[in-house]
Design a protein around this ligand. Structure first.
Ligand SMILES: [Zn+2]
Length: 417
């Protein structure tokens, strides 16, 4: 992509209403724009990051054997009345009546819909286990939307649901998902911790939260400096039960949550199957969520410096940013376009072909955080060289212009997530 033709509109300052680092940087780096409070548009750079995260999630979900579906955002309210959660959701759920008088809501989550779907398809133990997942928009009427995409009224989630014949089989699925979640968050360049969480509004018997440490996190956990013990902070624990160390409190962002639902939904919504000897039993369920849009904010909270975002390679909107320092210099321009063409087949390349001063280009480059920059300037070029700079550690390597493509390939092969 040529910057001059792109829809990248960086901002020198973030709007005053933006409180957290990630919210400020997402606005300034042209990832998102606010439509109304709690509702955001994704611009091309933000949408690319979103798609990269979704692809990581899809790959890891598919590896577990889960199958992707897409469930409706519009849901009948009667399903929620039946499951007993209509009242529980309170004003968080966005309800309305259509022209035929049907009572509908915009799905804040999908346990009811998926249970209803599976109930009508699964009859026998032979059709189990099965795990379905989707990546979809959820709607919640948040009392206080905050921190941009972190607490929004419209947000994207990956939600998976497992259906098993018994608790043993659910255990296996639960552990498989736990492992997949670890891989997903690692690939997103996050350092994270997992807790045994309260089941809250989901119900069920066992659950675990995945948390990312961040200054602007809205949740708090206590962690042990000696072992990997972590727990939500509301329990009033001060010492680690494993090794008696004093616990430390950290602010975190919840990015994932896995639950053993058991038969809570299958009982109320009558999702049953015939077992081996013909007996009728409720399906045993698990559910597994990841806040996809929120992950973008979490990744930024852990990967930035005073100049801007530092994207981990796998989620970055581009692999490579080529910066010719003077577009009026014909040899600089020529080399920039040649490299752009040579590398574009292999990598996602952005070329800053704008007629801007070098200072402005460098500022924007640091702000949008592409992991590797190629800088083409007059002085270096006179010696037949150009510079390859890594955004994270600012390590500069000067290379001969003819070996540049090979060197760039080498730099990009090394994962710096
Ligand atoms: Zn400990």
């Amino acid at each position: 992509m040529l910057w001059s033709e792109s829809f990248i509109h960086t901002l020198k300052e973030a709007p005053e209403a933006a409180e957290s680092i990630s919210h400020k940087l997402m606005l300034r780096a042209s990832l998102i724009r606010m439509l109304v409070s709690g509702v955001y548009s994704y611009l091309p750079l933000g949408f690319k990051v979103l798609k990269n995260i979704e692809n990581i999630i899809r790959e890891e979900m598919d590896k577990t054997g889960a199958q992707e579906v897409l469930l409706p955002g519009l849901q009948p309210q009667e399903l929620w009345v039946k499951s007993g959660r209509d009242e529980q959701m309170g004003e968080t759920m966005i309800r309305f009546t259509d022209r035929r008088g049907r009572k509908l809501c915009l799905g804040p989550t999908h346990e009811e819909v998926i249970t209803d779907l599976v109930k009508n398809q699964v009859r026998s133990y032979r059709q189990l286990p099965v795990t379905l997942y989707q990546i979809q928009t959820k709607y919640r009427d948040e009392l206080r939307p905050r921190f941009g995409v972190m607490r929004a009224c419209e947000f994207i989630m990956k939600d998976a649901y497992s259906f098993d014949v018994d608790e043993n089989s659910l255990d296996k699925n639960y552990r498989k998902m736990f492992a997949a979640y670890e891989t997903i968050f690692k690939r997103c360049g996050l350092s994270f911790l997992s807790t045994q969480a309260d089941c809250g509004v989901m119900g069920g018997s066992e659950s675990c939260e995945f948390m990312v440490e961040a200054l602007s996190g809205e949740d708090r956990v206590v962690v042990c400096p000696g072992c990997n013990f972590a727990k939500t902070a509301e329990d009033g624990l001060t010492n680690c039960p494993n090794c008696k160390n004093k616990l430390e409190t950290k602010t975190v962002i919840e990015v994932g949550h896995i639950f053993k639902l058991g038969t809570k939904y299958s009982k109320t919504l009558e999702a049953v199957f015939a077992g081996k000897s013909g007996e009728i039993r409720p399906i045993v369920m698990g559910c597994y969520g990841i806040g996809v849009s929120r992950l973008i904010a979490a990744i930024i909270e852990q990967n930035y410096d005073k100049n801007g975002i530092i994207w981990p390679r796998e989620v970055s909107p581009y692999d490579l940013l080529i910066i010719p320092l003077n577009m009026e210099h014909s040899r600089i321009k020529e080399l920039a376009f040649k490299l752009y063409e040579d590398l574009s087949g292999e990598f996602n390349v952005l070329l800053d072909d704008r007629d801007e001063r070098p200072g402005a280009k460098f500022k924007d480059a640091d702000l949008i955080g592409i992991p590797v920059k190629i800088i083409i300037g007059e002085k270096n070029l006179d010696e037949g060289k150009l510079e390859i700079v890594k955004r994270r550690d600012n390590i500069i390597v000067a290379v001969g212009k003819d070996s540049a493509a090979a060197q760039i390939r080498k730099t990009l092969e090394v994962r710096d997530g």
